[in-house]
Write a protein that binds this ligand. Structure first.
Ligand code: 5GP
Ligand code: MN
Length: 336
């Protein structure tokens, strides 16, 4: 938080601020954005939150949701706000490639840029830098930013619940290696500041549709494949599955973890055929760095044990490419 003083100096005057986050926002992306939104509004700035595209409806309970601008739906309004902004906050991503069509305008506006993110290899060169790849979630960085800026008391119940949602999901409900004692101390503070943790976790995890649960059964029974020799398990989700099970955005989220939960499996993946694009997600336990794998072969990135990318090949070709490369790379790691 070295740049906190220069940010404070810049925010002495009321400013026009835009907060944005990566495409297909998850709970950390949206929770950290809305947490920061409420903080900056309370300081008296003019603040807008713009997301590159829509997010799943299990995030719509977040306070401030109705004020979020969807770039794909309101491009004209969003471009105007971006062009007029004096400060652009980039949250939970560190390369403009991750904000899709918003990149064209956002990457060349006059606004100063503040980066708050925990992904490896940042590409953005910010004026105010709050990047830290040791953080469990961008929500943790926003918590630190607010605490350093104004003191923890500035965290209202609304902010606390947005940040709790971010850190709960990005740590896999406090199970990943990123779950430090500091994370638990922060959560203790969030509870003291009013966060209802049972409410937030039910709103995020216990709002399944029956369709989604039936799809889960189908995916486990029909779409899960295991390459035992390489200790890899992966799902291939076909376009028909979306129609057959009336799937909505976000309904495939978390599925990949079932593949990783199989005893002995060290790398898991999900390959999804969706809207003219094949999306891949990777997870690993231990040494195999799935962010490097995603970066090298699938124009993606992320963290060592959780990453994602995309493919322009067909679903079948993508699966073949994935299989060949993962078997080769896993072998390489073992030989070392
Ligand atoms: P998920 O699999 O949940 O979509 O993403 C897991 C992690 O990989 C997240 O940290 C996310 O930011 C990163 N990630 C997912 N998709 C992409 C992508 O297409 N490009 C990059 N650079 N990172 C991604
Ligand atoms: Mn995150």
């Amino acid at each position: 938080m070295e740049d906190i003083q220069s940010l404070k100096d810049f925010l002495q005057l009321p400013r026009k601020i835009v907060i944005t986050t990566h495409a297909n926002p998850d709970a950390d992306a949206l929770g950290s954005s809305l947490g920061l939104y409420h903080f900056l509004i309370n300081l008296g700035h003019e603040v807008k939150t713009i997301v590159p595209n829509s997010y799943p409806d299990f995030l719509e309970w977040m306070p401030g949701n109705s004020l979020v601008i969807n770039y794909e739906k309101s491009k004209e309004e969003a471009d105007k706000l971006l062009n007029e902004a004096e400060l652009l906050f980039c949250l939970d991503f560190s390369g403009f490639g991750r904000i899709k069509s918003m990149k064209v305008v956002a990457a060349q506006i006059a606004a100063k840029v503040a980066l708050v993110d925990h992904h490896l290899n940042p590409e953005i060169e910010p004026d105010f830098d709050f990047w830290n790849d040791k953080s469990a979630a961008t929500a943790e960085l926003i918590f630190d930013l607010i605490a350093d800026y104004s003191g923890k008391e500035a965290i209202t119940r609304d902010i606390a619940e947005c940040l709790y949602a971010g850190v709960m999901t990005d740590t896999g409900s406090f199970k990943h290696n990123s779950t430090t004692s500091k994370v638990h101390r922060m959560v203790a503070d969030l509870i003291d500041l009013g966060a209802d943790v049972n409410k937030v976790s039910r709103l995020i995890y216990d709002t399944n549709s029956l369709h989604r649960l039936k799809f889960l059964g189908h995916a486990l029974a029909e779409r899960l494949k295991v390459i035992e020799a390489s200790r890899v398990a992966y799902f291939v989700i076909e376009e028909e599955d979306f129609k057959d099970f009336k799937l909505k955005q976000g309904d495939t989220e978390g599925l990949v973890n079932y593949a990783l939960s199989i005893k002995g499996i060290v790398v898991a993946a999900i390959i999804i055929d969706r809207e003219n694009e094949i999306k891949l997600s990777f997870r690993s336990v231990g040494d195999f760095a799935v962010n490097k794998f995603a970066e090298e072969y699938f124009s993606g990135g992320g963290h060592k044990n959780a990453s994602g990318g995309m493919s322009e090949l067909s679903l079948e070709e993508t699966e073949q490419k994935f299989k060949a490369l993962i078997e080769k790379d896993i072998l390489k790691t073992r030989v070392k």
